[in-house]
Design a protein around this ligand. Sequence first.
Ligand code: MV4
Length: 667
Amino acid sequence: MFDKILIANRGEIACRVIRTARKLGIRTVAVYSDADADALHVSMADEAVHIGAAPSRESYLQFDRVIEACKRTGAQAVHPGYGFLSENSQFCQACDAAGVVFIGPPVGAIEAMGSKSAAKRIMEEAGVPLVPGYHGEDQSPELLKKAADDMGYPVLLKATAGGGGKGMRQVWSAKDFDEALAAARREASNSFGDDRMLVEKYLTRPRHVEIQVFCDSRGNAVYLAERDCSVQRRHQKVIEEAPAPGMSEALRQQMGEAAVQAAKAIDYVGAGTVEFLLDEDGSFYFMEMNTRLQVEHPVTEMITGQDLVEWQLRVAAGEALPLAQEDVQINGHAFEARIYAEDPDNDFLPVTGTLAFLQPPEESAHVRVDTGVLQGDEVSVYYDPMIAKLIVHDEDRDKALRRLARALSEYRISGMRTNVDFLYNLATAEPFRKADLDTGFIEKHRELIFHDSEQDLQRGAILGALYLVLRQARRATVAETDPYSPWNSTSAWRLNEPHAQHFALELGGREIAVSVEQLQRGGSRRYRICSGNQTVTARGELKDGELYADIDGYRSRVPVAEHDGVISLYTEDSALQIREVQPDLGEADDTGGEGALTAPMNGTIVTLLAQAGVAVARGDALLVMEAMKMEHTIRAPADGTVEEFFYAPGDLVEGGAELVNFSPAEA
Ligand code: MV4
């Protein structure tokens, strides 16, 4: 076994490999870019070598520097993780030439699977089932059209040089074929510089089921059950599970043996994944083979009880596979959800920023969190925006799914948008619970999954407004000298009028109006809160970073985090990111000089909500004035202090009159 290995990767997979190496008593060397100098994987490793600037092409893909780092540190082997150099045959060759063991398959296997069409030909010869179709060299339109007519429509045109869903075009009838072929060729030529096509029978509701295979250098090969990865968005896996729902032992054996056959056809060694399309009638067809450890390998680990990185290390060191096929056991069910810094309301575009608040669910025998980041870390533009993989296991699918939903509801992240709510909606969607899976799942159930209903938003706004008035009250109390002084009143009380505060809250990409009326002062404050068509009676308390809310008698404890003006409320079924919409006070120079705030129009001062000389936060209500039968809350434009109020409650003010002398906090 190795004494020292180098991990040529970063993030969660680097941390994950280091954990197993440490378990086996193997010393570890990390490599890092400028952007990862303080990254978790660097601090976890025994040694670390800087290999270049932040962009991957200037660091993690610089395989000469990686090999140089192996030589410099005496690392005997290199684990490539996934992505980066993990399927780079040149890197594999360079390792061989340098006498560094590449923890993965031989270079010939990587090359054989590098071309989708070459891979299909190899599998065909090995007797691995392929989707009925044509993938020959003769590319004449007449021959391709005849192949399509013979197999029957719909068919799928796939660019030979394509992959990952790129360069695919459905053709539903013979009359559309010629035009579709011409268009697919133009697209393939533009995208890949290669317009060769293959034609396949189009499977209308396939599932993506992949088999984990493992081969050692002594001719042994096993399959470690399967994973269902059908829930994808734009060919990116979102939630994976093992075993595949509804998989019979017979079908598992058939697919497993086909996968082992595929691996043997290319003299495979190490961890590999054979991807199949599983049709509704139980037919399965080879799609591609990945010559690396997959992101989703933990679900296989959870149901088999095996550490696949340990298997990789043992096999790379020349040992035999730890288990024979008859010893492979499957226990229970596992899910993996990929937690990403991305904005579901903005087409899932990656977001960057600081993980201001990061509280994963508590780990246990049932809950595992594979991550490469800690609270306070940056999610940068340079790399995949993965925050973590959340893996759960239990004795059956229903129990495991309940654990997934709960763990997602306990995953608390603020400082940037994430896909956690989207994952929660997915995990709790009835069709997902019923395992009604196919590769079109997300599109088909879009309404269910993206359901920020008006009701949800209003409930979120009500909770947000309760938090804000309680926060106000606490600030006033903290500052109080005389608890009954009108200057400390936060009830917006005024003579002969119901006293209400109005908030405009931004959440779920919408602006929601909420009004809060205090029903009684002092003691345990009660409020009437209205938003849209919902009116509730609420009371609450802020304690130890949590909002104890009682909304119409329903009590809940809601963890809260605030960062950069964003309030994150972690309710049972979602993480609400709420921002108070600031009134447009114009540019700083429109407020009559440094710090002064002016009356937006003629009106009457209703109440002062801050105290001169007491620090306030950006967005805190300073005073309320009434104009044109509307209340206007004047808020702090920044963190700072009210030096002086120029008016008192009841005063009439003209539009444009200076109301407050405000001093922003030191930058
Ligand atoms: C297919 C197919 C239906 N019929 N081939 C998508 C990318 C590549 N992995 C192969 N893909 C597909 N090939 C035939 N003959 C449907 C897909 C497909 C898909 C496959 C697996 C996982 C997700 C997918 C999403 C869309 C389409």
